[in-house]
Design a binder for this molecule. Structure first.
Ligand SMILES: [Mn+2]
Length: 474
């Protein structure tokens, strides 16, 4: 049931698109960019193969997990993100920014759905039989997919992606680090509860994954999951869980139901961060007990979320940051062509691509806004011109080297919020969360009003975009 987005190209305001409501239809609709691996692949090799793919990759034949498929790399590049929203690449950022300003559609609760074609409870639950995969040679198999948790005050379904290491048949250790999930766990503890219901939601359209990683002021008006239908501009069907009081997507591939044991905490390693490092090395994290597995009957697709080296993991958590930054920057009068937290910046760098040369002073204000954004992902903030390829680390480096006078186009702000993940940042002694302090740098690598633009015209060989060397090889 592939619903191709043709409406998007017909409606100038892009409000009438229709997206596939489940992952398998989405992969079918977008099969021109999906690599299907039919050869047998060892479970331990799925991560490396996924990480070497720039496009969605579907594993049909995982040797140790014959009943399942696995998919990864759904959103690594802008063209894939645009497909996820059903719009043209040049409309992607403003569309996401627009949709995030809309009211939540909430859930359309239905009685049954494909995610409940198979329901396993009690002794039949064994998450080790699922294709939960390793992320590096030093880690045990871990889930990285989205979790639903309910705010006990509002009933809203908050989501995040929770790195969760499997420790037994129906046990795991989850990494509950995002500010909202820490606050929600604390609310359940304050209510005197020992357990909090949690659902691992596996295999949904990638638009939901963009939304699930939202981070900003929202908890008093909606949970991320209440916005899935808003982002996809359609009713979002949910079913009630089998063993816990939560609703989950009716058209997901799999759902793991469980409870977070709020008082049973163990020191747990976090696995690789988006920086490829391993700090914080350990934190005290609660155990998760799985109470049910529900899934589709026909070869369910497991959503692997390879964390390292450069994968969806650097990109997805920052897509809403880009869209949220789009609003105040455009409000300030910055001519925004694009905003990107690039994979090659290790989730520590933000690039603003200008659409044109703004008046003097605008770029430094824009860089300050990026550096002081709510998230600690813009330690190195860079402005570039429209002719610098934002997808290319080499092109951005070239712009920094040739379009920036460090004595006037670079500024450092001392002692600002540092990322928990940044080993170059100084730990704050005795800070219970492990917060750090670090400086930030703003770099204007754009062609500026004071320049003669003709001095910056890049020289390319004739036919650079058309002629390929491989066409001339024997
Ligand atoms: Mn949240």
């Amino acid at each position: 049931m592939a619903q191709q987005d043709t409406a998007a190209s017909q409606t100038p305001d892009r409000r009438n698109f229709q997206l596939d409501r489940d992952l398998r239809s989405y992969l079918e609709t977008n099969k021109d960019v999906v690599t299907v691996i039919r050869k047998p692949v060892a479970a331990d090799h799925v991560g490396v193969l996924a990480a070497k793919s720039e496009r969605p990759i579907l594993f049909e034949n995982i040797v140790e997990k014959p009943g399942y498929r696995a998919v990864d790399i759904l959103l690594k590049h802008r063209d894939l993100q645009a497909r996820a929203l059903g719009v043209a690449e040049e409309d992607y950022l403003k569309t996401l920014a627009y949709r995030l300003r809309q009211p939540p559609r909430g859930f359309k609760t239905v009685k049954d759905g494909p995610v409940r074609e198979v329901v396993l409870t009690g002794d039949d639950v064994d998450v080790r039989s699922l294709p939960i995969l390793k992320h590096s040679d030093k880690d045990d198999p871990a889930l990285g997919t989205m979790v639903f948790m309910r705010d006990p005050d509002t009933g809203f379904h908050n989501t995040m992606h929770c790195y969760t290491t499997v420790t037994g048949r129906n046990t795991a250790n989850g990494l509950f680090l995002t500010p909202h999930c820490v606050q929600i766990l604390q609310k359940w503890i304050d209510l005197g509860e020992d357990e909090m219901p949690i659902a691992y939601v596996i295999g949904v359209p990638p638009a939901c994954e963009i939304m699930a990683n939202f981070s900003g002021l929202h908890r008093d008006i909606w949970g991320e999951a209440d916005m899935f239908g808003t982002i996809m501009d359609q009713d979002f069907e949910t079913v009630r869980c089998e063993t816990i009081d939560l609703e989950v997507p009716a058209h997901a591939e799999m759902v793991l139901e469980g409870v977070v044991k709020l008082k049973q905490r163990e020191l747990q390693s976090g696995g690789p961060t988006p920086l490829m490092y391993r700090i914080p090395r350990e934190s005290l994290q609660p155990q998760v007990n799985f109470t049910a597995v529900t899934m589709r009957a026909e070869k369910p697709i497991y959503r692997h979320y390879q964390t390292t080296p450069q994968t969806d993991h650097q990109v997805i958590p920052r897509l809403c940051h880009e869209a949220i930054l789009y609003n105040p920057l455009t409000e300030m009068g910055v001519p925004v062509k694009d905003i990107r937290f690039p994979t090659f910046g290790g989730a520590m760098s933000c690039i603003l691509q200008l659409a044109e040369v703004p008046r003097d002073g605008i770029v430094n204000d824009a860089l300050m806004m990026m550096m002081s954004c709510p998230w600690n992902n813009a330690k190195m903030s860079v402005a570039i011109s429209p002719d610098t390829d934002i997808n290319s680390a080499a092109a951005v480096y070239h712009a920094i080297a040739t379009r920036c006078d460090p004595s006037r186009d670079m500024f450092i702000v001392d002692r600002t919020r540092g990322s928990l993940w940044d080993p170059s940042a100084a730990p704050i002694p005795d800070d219970p969360i492990g917060h750090r302090v670090v400086g930030k740098v703003g770099i204007d690598a754009s062609v500026k009003g004071r320049h003669d633009a003709a001095d910056f015209e890049l020289a390319w060989p004739e036919g650079w975009d058309e002629i390929e060397l491989e066409d001339y090889l024997d």
